[in-house]
Design a protein around this ligand. Structure first.
Ligand code: PEP
Ligand code: MN
Length: 340
């Protein structure tokens, strides 16, 4: 349930109203605009009397939210969520009129590799460096990532290139190692790992939540609701393709979910054209399409030697192709009123 208060209601009146509502057993989230406050009620709101509230002189509007997600719902938080970052001297943003490009290899493979890719993507204009240290692989015999050593190397690249980093967390016990990580990625396979989501709700770090490969939009939003219910509102949603019947592409890029999510939630939405297609030659077209669909950014795999990559080489762009793509994307982003 959402209660929009009249403009200019005093803090004292808000407190009094909130305390009366809390006595009914509901929890309240506050969304503070420049001169209007919106209260978001969660919990069992059947006990709240709509008619009495509508008659209250402090209240402008009362809306019952039908969707099961409340805190991530745009009804409760009409303005877009914008995340700000800083690494070394450079600043970055996700949301707020910026088209953010996160680029880097699927996995950290060596110090030389990550520094080379990081410098190249930085030079081309990427705002964030990606790279997995802990890798969720389908086969136990495939390269599993460099683990803690990989994370240390990634942190070195962050320092050397002044780029905020995005890397995947696979289990709660690793969280203490992620202190200097800027964005914690929750992979598609962990989208409904509810214990992990709850823990990320308690931590205050930005979370990049990837859509599960067979998850509905509501399930994705409910996963984000888990993180937000724990008190962490720094969440970025990512469409990375879903399972279909045709394996010509690795997954089916569900671009239509982008405008749908932008309508339903205030959280930023990005697209992963690399995992969605599995084929590097399709990545430029799908990156442009992501801009047209209204995404706030992309996360794209770039490798200095895709043919010899230990993971996902077939979908990885070379630094040269990535650099050319960035030039094109700047023009496309400008058409949508965004900057890279
Ligand atoms: C990745 O980003 O490297 C990855 C494993 O992605 P996903 O969880 O979307 O498969
Ligand atoms: Mn990958």
């Amino acid at each position: 349930m959402i209660i929009a208060l009249k403009p200019g209601v005093s803090q004292e009146d808000i407190k009094k109203l909130a305390s009366d509502l809390e006595k009914l057993g509901v929890k309240i989230d506050y969304s503070q605009g420049s001169n209007q406050t919106v209260l978001g009620l969660v919990g069992d709101t059947t006990v709240v009397d709509d008619e009495a509230l509508k008659a209250n002189h402090l209240v402008e509007k009362v809306i019952r939210v039908q969707e099961p997600y409340k805190r991530v719902n745009r009804m409760f938080h009409p303005l877009d969520t914008v995340l700000d970052f800083q690494a070394g001297g450079s600043k970055a943003k996700i949301g707020g009129g910026v088209f953010s490009v996160i680029a880097g290899p699927c996995s950290v493979e060596s110090r030389e590799q990550i520094i080379e890719v990081a410098s190249a993507v930085k030079k081309a204009g990427a705002a964030f460096l990606r790279g997995g240290a802990f890798k969720p692989r389908t086969s136990p015999y495939s390269f599993q990532g460099m683990g803690c050593v990989g994370l240390d190397i990634l942190l070195e690249a962050k320092k050397e290139c002044a780029l905020p980093i995005v890397t995947e967390l696979m289990e709660i016990s690793q969280l203490e190692l992620f202190e200097d990580v800027d964005v914690i990625q929750v992979g598609a396979r962990n989208m409904q790992n509810f214990n992990l989501l709850k823990e990320l709700g308690r931590c205050r770090k930005p979370v990049l939540l990837k859509r599960g490969m067979a998850s509905t939009m509501t399930e994705l939003l409910m996963a984000a609701e888990y993180v937000m219910a724990g008190g962490n509102d720094k969440i970025v949603l990512c469409e990375r393709g879903i399972r279909g019947f045709d394996n010509f592409t690795r997954n089916i890029l569900d671009l239509a979910i982008v405008p749908a999510l932008k309508k339903k939630t205030h959280l930023p939405v990005i697209v992963d054209p690399s995992h969605a297609t599995g084929l590097s030659w399709m990545v430029p077209a799908m990156s442009k399409a992501a801009i047209a669909a209204g995404a706030d950014g992309i996360i794209v795999e770039v490798h200095n030697d895709p043919e010899h990559a230990l993971c996902d080489g077939e979908q990885s762009l070379t630094p040269a192709v990535f650099s050319g793509l960035m030039d094109t994307l700047r023009k496309y982003a400008a058409l949508e009123g965004k900057v890279i």
